[in-house]
Design a protein around this ligand. Structure first.
Ligand SMILES: Nc1ncnc2c1ncn2[C@@H]1O[C@H](COP(=O)(O)OP(=O)(O)OP(=O)(O)O)[C@@H](O)[C@H]1O
Length: 238
């Protein structure tokens, strides 16, 4: 039961953006992909969820290729994305947005409801239940987007820059929620982030993406301790 990106080449029009990227995510694992602006992080997420086509290499789920499967079918199979910018339905309430996630779960909605655990741990979501989504703060919107994704019962959860536009304090809240999601859903989580320090603190394993290629990979603590990462992504001078 592994999600694998195997030597993937892809892009938008002419030149490829990802040049042979390989990585994998196991169930229950939190895997960070860090890299600077334009490294190809969002392109990676879009490729796994099917919005960008694969030109070379393969994508597999439990050994089965899904590189040619439609985005809708990937979502139905439990590959769930929280895109950059959250994309809540702005006119719907928090509760209605989360309910849409439940619809997407279909037959995977068995056993205990992980949404309940999230609501217990972060009461702010319940407090805002009947509010229109576009009236929430950025941090609250991110929490709702994560809760909606969890309601869809992900097997794999792709998070594209959940910290975008949030203060360091709000980012910490969101990362606490991500860790709870991992714990309660058992989903494999791929966390794509520019906030390298916090992502690497939260993750089990990590990849550094530079110019569309994997420049480094390993246990997140090792990646975080490496001099190159400290210099390039953590703002440490030596
Ligand atoms: N729809 C698109 N059409 C053409 N080129 C694109 C498109 N989206 C992104 N690109 C290009 O692909 C490259 C990688 O962009 P991508 O958004 O994947 O990077 P990123 O690492 O997520 O950066 P950021 O953190 O700034 O979002 C960039 O050069 C970008 O200009």
């Amino acid at each position: 039961m592994t999600l694998t990106v195997d030597n993937v080449v892809c892009g938008y029009d002419r030149a490829p953006i990802l040049h042979g990227v390989s990585l994998h995510v196991e169930p229950g694992e939190l895997v960070a992909v860090v890299g600077s602006n334009g490294a190809g992080k969002s392109t990676l997420v879009k490729t796994i969820c099917g919005l960008v086509g694969v030109r070379g290499g393969d994508l597999t789920d439990d050994g089965q290729s899904f590189a040619k499967v439609s985005p809708a079918k990937r979502a139905k199979a439990g590959i769930v994305v929280v895109p950059e910018g959250r994309r809540l339905f702005p006119q719907l309430t928090v509760g209605e947005n989360i309910q849409l996630g439940r619809h997407a779960a279909g037959k995977r909605a068995t056993g205990d409801d992980p949404v309940k655990d999230l609501l217990d741990a972060f009461p702010i979501i319940s407090e805002r239940w009947n509010q229109q989504a576009n009236l929430l703060s950025g941090g609250e919107q991110q929490m709702v987007a994560l809760t909606r994704a969890v309601a869809a019962r992900p097997r794999y959860l792709l998070l594209d820059e959940p910290s975008l536009g949030l203060s360091p304090l709000k980012t910490l809240d969101v990362f606490r929620l991500v860790e709870l999601v991992r714990e309660r859903t058992g989903a494999g989580i791929l966390l794509v982030e520019q906030m390298a320090d916090q992502a690497l603190k939260a993750a089990d394993r990590a990849y550094v993406l530079e110019h569309g290629q994997i420049a480094m990979e390993g246990p997140a603590a090792d990646v975080r301790a490496s001099p190159e990462v400290r210099r390039a992504y953590l703002g440490v001078a030596s």
